[in-house]
Design a protein around this ligand. Structure first.
Ligand code: P1T
Length: 387
């Protein structure tokens, strides 16, 4: 697979895996829309046998993904959840996992309702490094699962420090890097063992596919997750892989535009009289702003804020937006808005949600790359309607 090369990420996102087709010279990669590959004689083939196992379009995407996360290996899966599932299956029975307490609702559901019989999960606030250190000493976990920033509270964990603590305990660290994309944060460079993405979000960027990926340097673990993928079957379709490869080419310009718009909206919301509190890692007011600055090169388009009022006001606000779409997901060119307590984090039990701060007046924005003044005007008219 791809070795590290010297080019910057925006160059790699366009060129790695997108070399001209050897047979025809096609500049844009072909879509190998086939389930199977004809062999010359039994076992004699071109390196491809069956699309669940490998597909040339998916291989191109994997080459590109490995390169932009500075990894040796990448594995593309049919969804973010199936990438997480493969990691869980790769761990031995009885494994202990320390997991950030504020993670995507689907991740929480997978851990607490599917793998809870075979693995032990300890949920903790990983921003508290001292507490994490003592938990690692107490439990000796096989794996530490981080989201940074977290979904939806946008808490930032010091990834380097966690990796140092983990190394001493011989624990692996995996970072779900979905909210940052490889453009703004590269956890392997900070000491993590595995990076995971929901490609459904920033990596693809156009809200038209579902996909996931794992990037890593450990050949043994890569072989394990590939074998599991081949055995269980959550492989991405060639057409979806091709769309992601296409979406990736604009990752850099998209992320810069997301960040620029989000910063302006965050600064505006911070002063708004109908906003109780706002979290955006790019703002100085964010509790872990300094850590965010030290380990990322930007802050993406994710903003979380508390509206003054309760469920009634939140529902009115969310039903009044016109440019923002009231929808789950994030990271597309179009702006999305959602209510974590009812939508993305409904599978987290209410007492836990309340403890984390996922109250009825919490709103999450995925700021797109439209004209920012149009977006602000849309939010302002929704604020007015909710009064
Ligand atoms: O939806 P899927 O591609 O399977 O990815 C799951 C997933 C994993 N990790 C993070 C941090 C995520 O945010 C997600 C999916 N999240 C949403 C759909 C959402 O609206 O938050």
């Amino acid at each position: 697979m791809t070795k590290k090369n010297e080019n910057a990420i925006s160059t790699k996102a366009i060129h790695v895996g997108s070399h001209p087709d050897k047979e025809t010279g096609a500049t844009t990669p072909p879509i190998y829309q086939t389930s199977t590959f004809t062999q010359k004689s039994p076992g004699k083939h071109f390196g491809y046998e069956y699309t669940r196992s490998h597909n040339p379009t998916r291989t191109r995407l994997e080459e590109c993904l490995a390169s932009i996360e500075n990894a040796k290996y990448a594995l593309v899966t049919a969804s973010g959840m199936s990438a997480i599932m493969l990691v869980m299956h790769a761990l031995k029975k009885g494994s202990k996992i320390i997991c950030g307490d504020d993670v995507y609702g689907g991740t929480y559901r997978l851990f607490t309702t599917v793998f809870h019989d075979t693995h032990e999960f300890i949920f903790a606030d990983t921003t508290d490094i001292k507490k994490l250190d003592s938990l690692v000493k107490e439990h000796g976990p096989d794996l530490i699962w981080l989201e940074s920033p977290t979904n939806p509270m946008l808490k930032i964990t010091d990834i380097k420090k966690v990796c140092q603590i983990a190394k001493k305990a011989k624990s692996k660290v995996i970072v779900d890097n979905t909210f940052m994309s490889p453009y703004f944060q590269n956890p392997l460079d900070l000491g993590a063992d595995i990076v995971m993405h929901s490609m459904t979000k920033y990596i693809n960027g156009h809200s038209d596919i579902v996909g996931g990926c794992l990037m890593l340097n450990d050949k043994k673990f890569y072989d394990k997750v590939w074998t599991l993928q081949n055995s269980i079957g959550p492989s991405q379709s060639p057409f979806d892989s091709w769309l992601v490869l296409r979406g990736l080419k604009t990752l850099g310009v998209r992320m810069e535009a997301h960040q620029k718009n989000a910063m302006k909206i965050a600064q505006w919301l911070e002063k708004h009289k109908q906003v109780e509190k706002i979290y955006y890692p790019g703002l100085k007011s964010h509790p872990q702003h300094k850590i965010a600055k030290s380990q990322t090169s930007g802050h993406s388009g994710m903003i979380t804020f508390f509206l003054k009022g309760g469920l009634k006001e939140s529902k009115k606000f969310l039903s009044s937006v016109k440019l923002f779409s009231l929808a789950e997901s994030l990271g597309g060119v179009e702006s999305l808005i959602e209510h974590p307590a009812i939508m993305t984090h409904a599978s987290v039990p209410k007492p836990i949600r309340e403890k984390l701060g996922i109250h009825d007046n919490l709103i999450r924005l995925s700021v797109g790359i439209e004209d920012v003044d149009d977006l602000i005007a849309d939010l302002e008219q929704a604020f007015k309607a909710s009064r």
